[in-house]
Write a protein that binds this ligand. Structure first.
Ligand code: SF4
Ligand code: SF4
Length: 207
């Protein structure tokens, strides 16, 4: 019938329009910015730096290896390595970033920095309300602005964050076993050395 498609389309629109007053799942839009839809777990926007515990400096996972800086296609990461070191999550002394900046006005959200990081230190955030009147400085985020807790990582990407935690915990357990075995071997060697009698002095030849 001529116009059948148009009638069906109008009927569907009317069904959705009326349904939106009575069925929650037909409300496809919300009153932003008063209302916000929760971000999907796979959503990503710009990177952030993960820290463990409550202290962003002490818990920051980044060791300033600069791999992400080299691999970032638009070169929007800038890192300066520290002069001193601090312990990482397994207690190994590591450098940390004295400076870590990301120019999010240039970042293209490709996630390459996340994929190349060997330390699970940089992840993609879902924050998107970043508009700023300052086109340059306002979108140049330093390490203090970039640092977000592992709890935040769990909030936005729970599945991925749980996998990372399990991997890091397994690595830490392995490192603890090795450290314990090394300490025992060292103690054993020291005990064996202490138990060995000192060599007898050479006899003095008769004159
Ligand atoms: S997401 Fe891509 S463009 Fe943005 S900082 Fe990471 S590597 Fe660079
Ligand atoms: S975020 Fe990762 S890859 Fe980038 S400098 Fe830090 S540890 Fe290295």
């Amino acid at each position: 019938m001529l116009g059948e498609g148009i009638v069906k389309g109008l009927a569907e629109t009317a069904r959705n329009f009326i349904g939106s007053y009575v069925e929650q799942d037909r409300l496809t839009t919300v009153q932003y910015p008063e209302e916000l839809l929760p971000a999907k777990e796979a959503a990503r926007n710009f990177p952030f730096l993960v820290f463990d515990g409550n202290d962003p400096h002490a818990g920051m996972r980044c060791v300033a290896c600069q791999i992400c800086e080299k691999e970032c296609p638009p070169q929007c990461i800038y890192i300066e390595k520290s002069k001193d070191k601090k312990p990482d999550y397994i207690g190994k002394a590591q450098f940390y970033p004295a400076v870590f900046d990301i120019d999010v006005s240039v970042c293209m959200s490709c996630q390459i920095c996340v994929e190349v990081c060997p330390f699970e230190a940089i992840k993609m955030d879902t924050a998107f309300e970043l508009s700023n009147p300052d086109r340059f400085g306002g979108l140049l985020f330093d390490k203090h602005q970039l640092a977000k807790s592992n709890g935040h990582y769990h909030d936005i990407h729970p599945t991925e964050a749980a996998e990372v935690d399990a991997r890091l915990a397994a690595e830490k357990a392995k490192a603890d076993v090795k450290a314990k075995a090394d300490a025992e071997a060292k103690a054993k060697a020291a005990a064996a050395k202490a138990a060995t009698p000192p060599p007898k002095p050479a006899p003095i030849p008769a004159s």
